[in-house]
Design a protein around this ligand. Structure first.
Ligand SMILES: Nc1ncnc2c1ncn2[C@@H]1O[C@H](COP(=O)(O)OP(=O)(O)OP(=O)(O)O)[C@@H](O)[C@H]1O
Ligand SMILES: [Mg+2]
Length: 599
């Protein structure tokens, strides 16, 4: 076997495979170069998602003709004056991007240093293809055409122009967030997509993320041990099905680092369902010597000297902010949209028609007032009675308005709808609570508080209960017995296919122990993966909580409803259920007035 040195074109092409895998990554390299050149304005033009053509112009420092030739050579960079690769502040530092891109496309580089004439160099798939004078304002303009046209192996992996365009837009957004002091424009197929004036970071982030974050976002700013975290995250209830709106930066460099993504995820643990994702723009600033940016070909991952400190800062900082905001629920404003509320204006009319189902209309409405118990239970069975109910002069409230409404944030229970939702009157509006979602959350928080306080109240069963299960299920439960005991669930093996339960967490109240054990066994099987013990316990606690909570469909007494509301007010993170859905919504007086055209 003979060893040979590879020719430079081949080396460049191999590097291109790592540095530029699609139009968006070539575009990212070009914009980074413009930013490194001190540009105040970066102009991007794309055609067919960058597959046909990518053009980037800037008003940066420009290059003289001999610098342009060097720039296209491998490992030629102006960005490492010494050997201090551990202290780079520029986006680039390897001198790899331009020669790599030039080896897999037709590239035209035009540049002009202020006070000198402009020059143009063309390269066709790594071969010089001519040069000469060029007319352009001071700065640099680069055009890439036919990217990967002659590299079928790569071309195969490219997606549709739409998908490539989406990736390009994302790349520009990330860099625009990283450098809010620079103006950007982006055109696609001749259409203007973005115009961004130089501004401050929060304003830039707000411009590029959904405007909904004005109402559903939480601002972050915290410092710990010389590390700083700033930015904005969404309330847990304002989440997405894909993690496409998470922008992470380390020392102003956009990254897609696994450590940071994992920390973000961990901060939302149990506030959001496993398949939902928060929106976030987070900026981590660490001393230069704390981070190595030279670990990934496209520079999108970094290595921290002290990863635990960074993770701690993110999880701790976000968790704290989320706790402080826990009472807020994203659905509050959503629910205020009139479309979410069906108008009941035609209800009395339909009742007057007198058909069978219409009497049902009364059944769903249950009055909380203790003096109306019979109607509450039985519903309104006859049409005449329903008519009287709906055509009588309306009373202001289901419950007589004898006393002023005390100032509880979630108000006073006025009734229950569909045996599932509690309707309450607050000083500033109408509140609807999903009783199961809310109670599930409360049970989980109670269990967690108890666990963290080290004293889990357990309720011993007078007669220990024997639960029959499969052998593997028993094995799993037996294996987790210590952890479960830590949560107040004491069980032991009782033969090959049964478990004996001696106590249950007191937070649960009365519960179907057999169903709980079956669910736990399934949960433990599912969690078999690489989750931390703490994560597992939280999932298990959530499963237990689900069993302990009042179901939809259970009729609650007024006292029960009010007790639930009061506990929600003092429980952290009670604004959303364990799956990230809101537990309550509020319709403000102003919004009610709007619905009735009074405003
Ligand atoms: N838009 C630009 N304006 C001014 N100079 C530029 C511009 N683009 C590239 N250059 C010069 O060309 C050099 C090579 O650029 P290239 O992107 O290939 O490497 P780099 O930015 O130094 O490192 P990296 O490969 O990590 O991006 C840069 O160091 C810079 O001096
Ligand atoms: Mg570069």
């Amino acid at each position: 076997m003979s060893i040979r040195r590879l020719p430079p074109e081949l080396i460049n092409r191999i590097a291109a495979g790592e540095v530029v895998e699609r139009p968006a990554s070539a575009l990212k390299e070009l914009v980074e170069n413009s930013l490194d050149a001190g540009a105040n304005q970066v102009t991007v033009r794309l055609y067919a998602g960058g597959l046909e053509r990518i053009e980037v112009s800037d008003d940066g420092c420009g290059m003289a003709p001999e610098e342009m030739r060097l720039a296209l050579e491998r490992h030629a960079t102006s960005k490492l004056p010494g050997d201090a690769i551990d202290r780079v502040t520029s986006f680039g530092f390897r001198g790899e991007a331009l020669p790599s891109i030039a080896s897999v496309s037709r590239l035209t580089l035009e540049s002009r240093v202020r006070g000198a004439d402009g020059w143009r160099i063309e390269v066709d798939h790594g071969e010089a293809a001519g040069e000469g004078p060029a007319a352009l304002p001071p700065g640099t303009r680069i055009r890439i055409e036919g990217l990967f046209d002659k590299v079928p192996a790569r071309r195969k992996f490219l997606r549709s122009p739409r998908a490539e365009y989406a990736a390009c837009l994302d790349a520009v957004k990330r860099l625009a967030m990283a450098r809010s002091d620079v103006g950007f424009t982006l055109d696609h197929d001749g259409r203007r997509i973005l115009t961004l004036q130089p501004t401050e970071p929060p304003a830039r982030v707000a411009e590029l993320l959904t405007h909904e974050l004005d109402r559903h976002g939480i601002g972050i700013d915290c410092t710990r041990d010389g590390l700083r975290l700033t930015g904005v995250i969404s309330l847990p209830t304002f989440n997405r099905g894909v993690a496409d709106q998470q922008y992470l930066f380390v020392n102003s460099r956009p990254v897609k680092d696994r450590l940071l993504v994992g920390a973000l995820r961990a901060a939302y643990r149990d506030l959001i369902a496993r398949d939902r994702h928060p929106i976030a723009a987070l900026f981590v600033d660490v001393p230069l010597e704390e981070v190595d940016v030279n670990v990934h070909p496209a520079k999108t991952e970094v290595r921290f000297r002290d990863p635990a400190a960074v993770r701690g800062l993110i999880v701790g900082g976000l968790r704290h902010a989320l706790n402080e905001e826990s009472g807020r629920s994203a659905a509050r404003e959503q629910a205020a949209a009139p479309v979410m509320w069906t108008s009941s204006a035609d209800l009395p009319y339909r009742l007057r028609e007198g058909t069978a189902e219409q009497s049902e209309a009364g059944v769903g409405l249950m009055y909380a007032h203790p003096l109306a118990p019979s109607r509450e239970r039985e519903g309104v069975n006859d049409v005449a009675e329903a008519q009287r109910l709906f055509t009588e002069a309306p009373a202001a409230r289901a419950e007589p308005a004898v006393e002023p409404v005390p100032t509880y944030p979630l108000g006073v229970a006025r009734g229950q709808v569909a045996a599932t939702y509690i309707v309450a009157e607050a000083e500033d509006g109408l509140v609807i609570v999903d009783q199961h979602a809310a109670h599930e959350r409360l049970v989980l928080e109670r269990m967690r508080a108890a666990r963290e306080g080290g004293a889990v109240a357990r309720q011993a069963l007078l007669i220990p209960e024997v639960v029959e299960l499969d052998e593997p299920e028993c094995d799993r439960l037996e294996g987790a017995a210590d952890e479960l005991a830590g949560m107040g669930l004491d069980l032991e093996r009782f033969g090959p296919t049964a478990m004996l339960v001696r106590s249950v967490p007191a937070a649960l109240g009365r519960t179907d122990v057999a169903a709980l054990l079956a669910d736990l066994a399934a949960e433990i099987a599912e969690l078999g993966g690489p989750l931390s013990l703490r994560d597992k316990l939280d999932h298990v606690a959530a499963t237990i909580a689900c069993h302990g909570s009042v179901r939809a469909g259970r009729i609650l007494s007024v006292a029960e409803m009010n007790a639930l509301l009061r506990e929600m007010e003092v429980t952290p993170r009670s604004g959303q259920c364990n799956h990230g859905r809101p537990t309550w919504v509020k319709l403000g007086h102003g919004e009610i007035e709007k619905l009735f055209g009074r405003k």
